[in-house]
Design a protein around this ligand. Sequence first.
Ligand code: ZN
Length: 271
Amino acid sequence: MDRQTFLKLLAAGVVGAAVGRSTASPLGPSPNVTATPETSSRAARTAPVSTAVEARSATGIVPVPPPAGVVAGLPGQGATLALTIDDGTSSDVVAAYVALATSTGIRLTFFPNGCYRSWTESAPALRPLVDAGQVALGNHTWSHPDLTTLGDRQVAAEITRADKFLRNTFGVRSSPFLRPPYGAHTARVDRIAADLGHPTIALWNGTLGDDRVLSAADLLAHAQQWFLAQHIVIGHANHPAVTRIFPQLMALIDERRLQTVTLDDVWSAGD
Ligand SMILES: [Zn+2]
């Protein structure tokens, strides 16, 4: 094992221990539907300076304009892996992912639902990573409805409220990406999203399978199956089991010589 791998494992182990000490319910807190931009701003003002952030240029990847329509995999040849983490029903799991990114430099894309308090709680630690481009944030709606069941006005409201949340909490000015909850979308949903500044429907071609509760062994089996070059892998910050295999996930990325990228690293309209 080389030194870099050891350090990553060490760092991830510390993260795992921190999660293990938590006394919170393993199912995480219930949604905080009253979270407000005011609390977000307060959290952001107290943000500490990050010490383990790499510049976006560290990837050596030149982004191309985000396409209109569905993406479900990364373009071209290469050895990049986009890990995309959704929802955030568990504050402990969100915090663990943020700590993992801080300690290892891994590049992640989060698709938060603003209705969960986990994101405002982790904002002070997360915001420096967002500012540095190590972490990207995309729209996953405010409260995770199946958009295909809603009227046009409600679809727009869910997307707009999530945009406002990302702007107020993390200073995200815009993102081309909508990840529709459950991957459920239609041409109508896509058109509304595009009109609101999200032309790219960000789906996936690999999964940790953790939209339901899985054992660590099952999670690792999914990672073995799907941590592949040019894949977009979906995971969820909802159930704590995944935090216990962070060292194995990092080792897998190293063994396979994969380079983690954010979706913004790959697709960006430019500033
Ligand atoms: Zn989701």
